[in-house]
Design a binder for this molecule. Sequence first.
Ligand code: FCB
Length: 445
Amino acid sequence: MAETFPEGFLWGTSTAAYQIEGAVKEDGRGPSIWDVFCGLPDKIEGGQSGEIACDHYHRWPEDVALMRELGLGAYRLSTAWPRLLPEGRGRANEKGFEFYERLVDAVLEAGIEPWICLYHWDLPQALEDRGGWQNRDTAFWFAEYAQSTVRRLGDRVRHWATFSEPNVASVLGYGEGRHAPGIRGRASALKAIHVMNLAHGLGVAAIRAERADLMIGDIYNFHPCEPASECEEDEIAARMLDALWNRSFPDPQLLGKYPEPLAAEIAPLAAPGDFDIIKQTPDYFAFNHYTRMRVCRDPDHPFEVGTMPPPPGAKVTDMGWEIAPEALYAVLLEVKERYAGDLPVYILENGAAFADSVDADGQIRDADRIAYLRGYLGAVLDAIGKGVPVGGYFVWSLIDNFEWTFGYGKRFGLVHVDYQTLDRRPKDSFHFYAELAHGAGFERE
Ligand code: FCB
């Protein structure tokens, strides 16, 4: 039996600047920490980088045409800070602003609402050279960048987010060292968490000072943490990873304090008044979700946490991530209870990588991705049925792109990209999603 999503439900897709734009040295863009990190040996699969990526910087008209064909209600993009302020602060790069103005205008012209995220991990290298997210000043520079961007685009973009997954940027970038800028340590991760929280608060205030009519939030990531065994050390590790991964941003931003068991350790990093800055009432509540995590103790990790592969027989994506729509259902219920209340809730990333292939007839028959989306959308409907005010769902991602340390090997797109020719080709999942976005009934199987 076909089911329907609520009236006005927003169907979207998400991308990030560094993962699709390319043109890293063009029109005055400054280097970001990801340009530098990708140049280091053994950091990225196959030594790849976002130097060309999907060449969206030049091919955006084609990508906007695909969005229009999909029938999207919204498109979430990120602005590249180093394209707008090449040194991270001070001098603005007019050509960078013009690029986003043209893009946003074309998206609007296609009848699609652009949503902008200001930080999807591409810190200007010039700021990293001054300590990056371990330097409190970066929070103030972020607020200046946010304000200048809203000054230029706030007349046509209504929905703004400060960060995408600040937990990933801080924990992988400054804790595990697996992401740019590649710093490993416990103190560095905690410092980055606090400075990013401060940046969020200062950023929201700066945006509101610039314009009072915008919808502003942050984009968290929630991956439920379950202990891999019943032994106490795994339970301790699961509580630690839950605090670090799932709560170290929404807790201070909505509840005004850091979560246990991290609170006492982060507290000394806060200056008087910081929590008043960090806790800002958002206009919507947004998060990304892909999977759940089985957590064990890893004595070599800065926080003594590790993850185990899913149990044998579990269904997984090409990332090895367990497919478990019930985890999204649980997150949605918890989010309403703990943080969002009556705020509209948006899932701003959900999707799956699979090893897609182009058949002899040119089709990409990604039935596994369609099944993934069906499962997770079913969970969204279930949560709506329980009273969670979910306002929209955004697939990661519109097109295949540069998947950070995995390079181009992991394909998340509704549209296939041939990295030799940069040709775009809609997959079967594109047509599946287009039908939903055009108002077709939803079938679970
Ligand atoms: C998320 C990131 C996004 C993409 C997906 C697969 O954590 O926000 O950029 O890498 O994972």
